[in-house]
Design a protein around this ligand. Structure first.
Ligand code: TXA
Ligand code: MG
Length: 365
């Protein structure tokens, strides 16, 4: 691939100012006009969202969108999420939608929720939808992302800004590690908030919400907001194999380079199992790692032990997970054991990603 020089635009301080004073608007992001220009001219720009960093391109420009697939090494049958700044941009991109869809948007946008809607023909590059009749859309809840989207004045296709098969980036540094030299620029807005990707949903009629990918908006939040709705969860079928209804779900994402195994059971059993495995594997001169919650972190001795925070604060664990997986890679850890956690709240998405990173390897002890 031809190397380009990747520009880094800093939006850190402005972002923080904006969080403190929400009345600040995009005028404060004048440095983003350059990034927006690059997007409009067909370049690739990575930017922070409230979930993970996205790799953006003008969703109407096939050449630009093709660049995303090339830079990421992403399979072309995996469609991209389109990001918009304002609900007014929606009608041009999708066919008329249900009242339920409207209510879901009103309740959760801007926010970490992607809604799959029937696409308006010929408005977006067909590479974005991977020729599906639908498109996933969201309005991100991040001042830098929103400012960029407004300034660029185009719908922005943006998958997570990692090389395919690597954990999603939660820092600009992660984006650079994966994509430096193959994209035009990165807007550094500091660490992302949620740390896991958006929830992807599809609506069926006026009553059914189908979760295609668990994420930043939890199943409990959907149930609470729409108590009358039927909420279906495609997360796993009965045999634990994910249904590829959302094309991206059939690929092994987020896998660290080392072998990862999730261990589930009572605290004592999990500790003894992991401790014994570490000793066994260390004898083979392999580098060992443990991903654990702070409640039991002191119980493990391995080459690298990473604390995800308290198992009672899974929001924090969600923020830390992808960086932790990258740390194991950097240290060349060959065998990793991860403690399982509750699937309540954000735990649903967290366990989904940990289990995926483990290639579905869960050991019940
Ligand atoms: O939080 C996020 O969603 C981040 C940030 C950057 O917005 N983006 C992200 O994009 O995670 P990506 O490409 O890594 O994941 C998009 C997921 C994939 O699983 C894809 O298959 C699914 O959304 N998806 C996209 N369009 C779809 C469609 N029309 N029907 C079903 N699934 C779709
Ligand atoms: Mg991704």
């Amino acid at each position: 691939m031809t190397k380009t020089k990747t520009t880094i635009w800093q939006a850190n301080s402005k972002y923080n100012e904006n969080r403190i004073n929400p009345s600040n608007n995009e005028q404060n992001f004048f440095e983003l006009t350059e990034a927006a220009e690059v997007l409009r001219e067909g370049g690739l720009v990575a930017f922070p969202t409230e979930t993970v960093y996205g790799l953006g391109a003008d969703a109407r420009n096939s050449e630009a969108v093709a660049g995303i697939f090339k830079a990421k090494g992403r399979p072309s049958d995996n469609p991209l999420i389109v990001h918009i700044a304002d609900i007014n941009q929606l009608d041009e991109l999708v066919l008329p939608y249900s009242q339920l869809a409207k209510s879901v948007m009103d309740r959760f946008w801007p926010g970490p929720l992607t809604i799959v809607l029937p696409v308006q023909p010929n408005k977006l590059s067909s590479l974005v939808t991977a020729t599906l009749p639908t498109v996933g859309i969201r309005i991100p809840d991040h001042p830098v992302a929103l400012a960029l989207l407004r300034l660029s004045q185009c719908p922005v296709a943006a998958p997570s800004a990692n090389r395919s098969g690597r954990p999603s980036p939660t820092l600009a540094k992660h984006v650079l590690d994966d994509l430096d030299g193959s994209i035009a620029g990165i807007i550094d807005g500091g660490p992302t908030g949620v740390g896991l990707e958006s929830t992807v949903i599809e609506l069926e009629g006026e009553r059914t919400i189908r979760i295609l990918r668990p994420g930043g908006i939890t199943e409990e939040q959907l149930i609470e907001a729409f108590p009358e709705a039927i909420i279906l969860n495609d997360r796993e079928s009965d045999d634990g194999i994910e249904q590829p209804r959302s094309p991206g779900m059939k690929y092994t994402h987020y896998a660290p380079k080392g072998d990862l195994e999730v261990v589930q059971g009572t605290a004592d059993d999990v500790i003894s199992f992991i401790r014994a495995q570490v000793v066994l594997v260390a004898k083979e001169n392999k580098k060992t790692g443990v991903l654990a919650f702070s409640e039991r972190i002191g119980k493990y001795e391995a080459d690298m032990v990473i604390d995800l925070g308290s198992e009672k604060q899974l929001d924090e664990a969600a923020q830390r997970l992808y960086a932790a997986l990258r740390q194991f890679d950097e240290a060349g850890v060959q065998c990793i054991w991860a403690e399982a956690c509750s699937k309540e709240g954000i735990g649903g998405a967290l366990m989904n990603r940990i289990v995926k990173a483990a290639g579905q390897r869960i050991t019940l002890v």
